[in-house]
Ligand binder design. Structure first.
Ligand code: SF4
Length: 209
């Protein structure tokens, strides 16, 4: 990462971490993917049950691979024969891994979901939620974060999953009501009722979409 971008990210991350703390969430800064992986493995004790939803960033830092190889009860919904059962197990897991579609400089997370398994698990259920966020997803305020989620993250995800939505063709949100829309539920996480539940690792890198 360019040193000027790194300097800016270090400073910005401190602001985000303060914002998260004011919202009863924990934030950490990782200077690179390796530090992010080490921090995640420090937070997740061996033997923990772990599941995930929409966590491309967790793949990109090598966390999913490390958990699959390590001494953890990793619930792999993609590999499960009974996907519904695996999805329901997520609500009782020790850790739920995810990312955010966008996050504000003062620590508010924005997530959009089609099936809502991801946003519902962030909101309630798993004992801990571990969020891996590249600094590319930090936005100046809630309006910018929502615009990012709808005009950057959602169209790219629609293209990635081969969905028949207007944004998959145009690259921009058309506020559709397509049967394939991935914008069924919007979750704004502005405070965590439970201390030590939501942990966010901010990574000095470009991760996810
Ligand atoms: S509302 Fe429709 S067009 Fe807009 S991002 Fe979501 S799926 Fe794409």
């Amino acid at each position: 990462m360019n040193e000027n971008i790194t300097k800016r990210n270090e400073l910005l991350a401190q602001k985000v971490i303060k914002g998260l703390e004011s919202r009863n969430m924990k934030g950490y800064y990782a200077a690179n993917k390796e530090e992010a992986l080490a921090k995640a493995l420090e937070l997740i004790p061996t033997g923990a049950s772990v599941t995930m939803g929409g966590a491309m960033s967790a793949h990109e830092i090598g966390l999913v691979e490390a958990l699959k190889k390590g001494d953890y009860n990793f619930i792999d919904r993609d590999a499960a024969e009974d996907k519904r059962a695996a999805m329901l197990q997520a609500y009782d897991a020790d850790f739920f891994l995810t990312s955010a579609n966008a996050m504000t400089e003062d620590g508010v997370m924005v997530n959009i979901d089609g099936n809502a398994n991801r946003v519902s698990a962030i909101a309630q259920g798993p004992k801990h939620v571990l969020v891996i966020v590249g600094m590319n997803k930090i936005c100046v305020d809630a309006d910018a974060a929502m615009k990012r989620a709808r005009n950057v993250a959602a169209p790219i995800n629609a293209q990635r999953f081969g969905l028949s939505t207007p944004c998959a063709k145009t690259g921009a949100c058309m506020d559709c009501k397509s049967p394939d829309t991935i914008c069924c539920q919007f979750l704004i996480t502005r405070y965590s009722r439970h201390a030590d539940r939501i942990h966010v690792i901010l990574v000095n890198d470009v991760l996810g979409f």
